[in-house]
Design a protein around this ligand. Sequence first.
Ligand code: MG
Length: 257
Amino acid sequence: MRKLFLLTVALTGGFFMANAQQTAKHEDTEFYEPVPPVVTPGKTNSEPPSDAIILFNGNNLNQWVTTDDNSKPAQWTVSGDYFTVKKGTGNIETKRKFKNYQLHMEWRIPANITGEGQARGNSGLFLASTGKGDSGYELQILDNYNNKTYVNGQAGSIYKQFIPLVNANKKPGEWQSYDVIWQEPTFNSDGTVNTPATVTVLFNGVLVQNHVTLKGETLYVGQPKYKAYSGGAPIKLQAHGDKSEPDSFRNIWIRDL
Ligand code: MG
């Protein structure tokens, strides 16, 4: 009797389940719009895809200006397929402003680099330049192949905010890459933060920052703090002013998101 009861329950349950499956259709969860636009990938992931904006293609710095005087063209030195920091001319930044983006950039610490700690090939990629000098959000560039410094100031760190997940440095003299996905901060009309900035960074193809939420702009002294801006911001490169040979850069492209 008990067996019969259980059998009845099993059969009835099966019937109701089968019935539910009949009413739900596979088409219900299949969508045909919006159609993602076709983008032809490059042969390697360092080559710009078809919808990228080229910020440096090896020829000139026409896309860049001097940070402290935007009316002045970038003064850094172009040679071969790369350009190099020119000491005494200051930071440079893009003419264009960007909001949310995917960026690729390659950089090289000189093979004959000298110095130690923060004075060894120091530069920086400012994910959003919010004014003159070093204002903005800095992804550190430094030689940390075999060079100790504070870990939240080493290559791949969001300077003084986030330690990189791994040390993916190559030797000085070798080209290295950053691939960045940046989501800009948004602000309320009274200047308070609406949504904080987030960033994901691959260093030589290796994840070092996994969608971290920024605490504010990079500060050398004191706690990071947000400063309201709108309409996007330029991408900036740092001339740090070390005594050693300066860093070089090449193959910079960006995709608006
Ligand atoms: Mg720096």
